[in-house]
Write a protein that binds this ligand. Structure first.
Ligand code: UT7
Length: 343
């Protein structure tokens, strides 16, 4: 597979590793079930379960919740897990396509709220790849030696950009945040990211986009009834892309990091659609117990999904220090990304 930057550890790497010192997540309390959706649109629980594996998802109450609050709460939990405070962070990276404002960034507001000011802070847009993009950028910043303690967040409140009067897109999505604290680890240089890849190809951007102006809407979508400012997606095209890419990304990550599937404790994958995950598992012969799935309860939460899975695996002890894990994502842009870790 063609990839631009790849960085397996080399002899030029510094004599320190990068540790995931803490992990956290946050989801809203409000549950939106398939039966709730049946009341809003012409759909059925049976169709949604069969086509996506989703039974329910969490959604924010926009009066008092959003990506800022969810991301902040996830980061606070990750800090507590690491035994650290906001003031200990040098940098915060917040990945989202649903930030309440473009300026100031959510990262700046979170930094202020948790007492991290004047840590550097910026938002990053990579759709469903947001968590893996932030993880890879954060790890590289620590690995460079210029930053010691970086907080990364992947978070989306997709319910705020779903048009619940139509059925083809909105049934898929939910809201969630995942966060991690990355710290320099002087004790063991072998710990950290063994391989990472960030990729994008905009030739298919029209398959998944969030228009803010009429000018951006492609001709073929002019008659599309989905509201302005809401997510538009050609599900079938993205599905084909995802099924193909999923396998390629995993094969590439394993080959470049020199690991075999049986050495990986968990493949922590974007929860796009259970059929996409099942297809990858089947094609690669991966067993159920090593590919975590929570889409049935949380839907597809875009940049939030991988961090939420990771936190659930981490807190339950299903992944632990010393384990190898592979993070895999793909989504709008179109983008795809991987990150192979020794935890
Ligand atoms: O995470 C970001 C990346 N995104 C993804 O990975 C999403 C990938 N795509 C998908 O997960 C799937 O394409 C969807 C779940 C979005 C849609 O499933 P699908 O099996 O591709 O359905 P479809 O759009 O091809 O529609 C099949 C049929 C159509 O009816 P006809 O034309 O065959 O009569 C639709 O009108 O199902 C109909 N349909 C529905 N019926 C009941 C579409 N949505 C619904 C619905 N309820 N919600």
């Amino acid at each position: 597979m063609k990839s631009k930057i790849q960085n397996p550890q080399s002899k030029n790497d510094p004599a320190f590793g990068v540790r995931i010192a803490g992990v956290g997540s946050a989801v809203p309390d409000k549950v939106l079930t398939n039966f709730d959706l049946e009341k809003l649109m012409d759909t059925s629980d049976e169709w949604i379960v069969q086509r996506t594996g989703i039974r329910e998802r969490r959604i924010v109450d926009p009066k008092h919740e959003g990506t800022f609050t969810l991301g902040r709460d996830a980061l606070r939990r990750a800090l507590a897990d690491a035994g650290m405070e906001g003031k200990d962070l040098d940098l915060i990276i917040f990945a989202s396509v649903t930030a309440e404002m473009t300026c100031p960034s959510n990262a700046c507001r979170v930094a202020l709220e948790i007492g991290a000011t004047p840590a550097g802070a910026f938002d990053l847009v990579a759709a469903c790849c947001g968590y893996v993009y932030a993880l890879n950028v954060g790890e590289s910043m620590v690995r460079s030696g210029r930053y010691q303690r970086v907080g990364i967040i992947g978070c989306d409140a997709m319910s705020t950009i779903c048009d619940y009067t139509e059925r083809s897109v909105s049934i898929l999505f939910g809201d969630a945040a995942g966060a991690a604290i990355l710290t320099r680890n002087d004790g063991d240089p072998s710990v950290g990211c063994l391989y990472q890849s960030l990729n994008a190809d905009a030739s298919m951007w029209e398959s998944l986009y969030i228009p803010r102006r009429c000018q951006e809407i492609p001709d073929k979508d002019r008659e599309n009834p989905i509201r302005m400012g809401c997510l538009r997606m050609n599900g079938r095209e993205v599905y084909k892309f995802a099924v193909t890419k999923f396998r390629e990304v995993i094969e590439d990550a394993l080959a470049k990091s020199g690991l075999t599937p049986d050495q990986i404790s968990q493949f922590i994958c974007h929860q796009s659609n259970v059929r996409i995950i099942d297809a990858a598992k089947e094609r690669m012969g991966l067993s159920d117990d090593r590919v975590y799935v929570n889409i049935d309860r949380f839907g597809n939460s875009s940049a939030g999904s991988i961090g939420l899975c990771f936190d659930q695996l981490w807190q339950s002890g299903r992944v632990k220090r010393g384990d190898h894990v592979v993070f895999v994502a793909f989504g709008g842009g179109l983008t795809w990304a991987s990150s192979v870790w020794k935890l």
